[in-house]
Design a protein around this ligand. Structure first.
Ligand code: DX5
Ligand code: ZN
Length: 215
């Protein structure tokens, strides 16, 4: 089980020490929520901040692009040592072409699906080529929202497809806490993103928070 702390919830004035606080923890990625205020109402951070973060940590960077024009970001984030590049199926009509393009530049490529988007929009043709499916368990745009219970079924759907596509990592993002992590794992998730839950009580609790999500 990989846990991806979402830096959206970290202390941005002390981001370097926030990054360092995780350096000894295994099976951890840093989740970066890139929002453009078009695909989602909110605006977060972009190129300069990600570039700085990439120079300060060895932990794999997991970038979640909530943007209307993923192609621009595929091209322009390639030098920031991003391990996994995820964009939204709802943001493009040519996902397969973009996945293929991203695969040439990033070790891992993911597609994300919003809570109300039909599951069959992620076709088997796409599943054959991606490394990760990001199942949104809240409407994208903001941290600190409540987990949508129907998400378990959506995780199970992709877990069944893993028989055919064993490479697929199943990531869940939004409202993840110690109250739903075990059930998500049971449903087939093997990568959990968590923002508020991990960061809200400060660095002395990070280790225990990560462990509580793996149980
Ligand atoms: C929401 C983002 C999430 C967010 C999760 O649009 O994609 O990654 O940071 O935050 P929590 O864990 O607080 O719901
Ligand atoms: Zn995210």
């Amino acid at each position: 089980m990989i846990i991806s702390p979402s830096l959206l919830a970290c202390d941005f004035l002390n981001i370097e020490s926030e990054l360092l606080a995780f350096k000894d923890f295994k099976d951890t990625w840093f989740h970066l929520d890139i929002m453009d205020s078009h695909f989602v109402p909110n605006l977060t951070f972009g190129h300069p901040i990600v570039k700085l973060i990439s120079k300060k940590t060895e932990i794999p960077l997991d970038a979640h692009f909530m943007v209307t024009n993923p192609e621009f970001y595929i091209d322009t984030f390639k030098d920031y040592n991003i391990h996994n590049f995820t964009f939204h199926i709802e943001a493009t009509d040519n996902a397969l072409e973009l996945v293929r393009k991203a695969k040439k530049l990033y070790p891992s490529v993911g597609l994300s699906i919003k809570p109300k988007t039909p599951l069959n929009s992620i076709t088997e043709e796409l599943l054959a080529e991606i490394d990760l499916i990001l199942i949104m368990s809240v409407e994208p745009g903001f941290g600190g929202q409540s987990f949508i219970e129907e998400s378990y079924k959506r995780v199970e759907h992709f877990n069944k497809l893993k028989e055919k596509f064993p490479q697929l990592m199943i990531q869940v993002d939004g409202g993840v806490t110690n109250n739903n992590a075990a059930n998500l794992k049971k449903s087939g998730a093997n990568n959990l993103v968590a923002g508020s839950y991990i960061f809200k009580d400060g660095p002395s609790t990070y280790k225990e928070k990560l462990e509580s999500l793996r149980r």
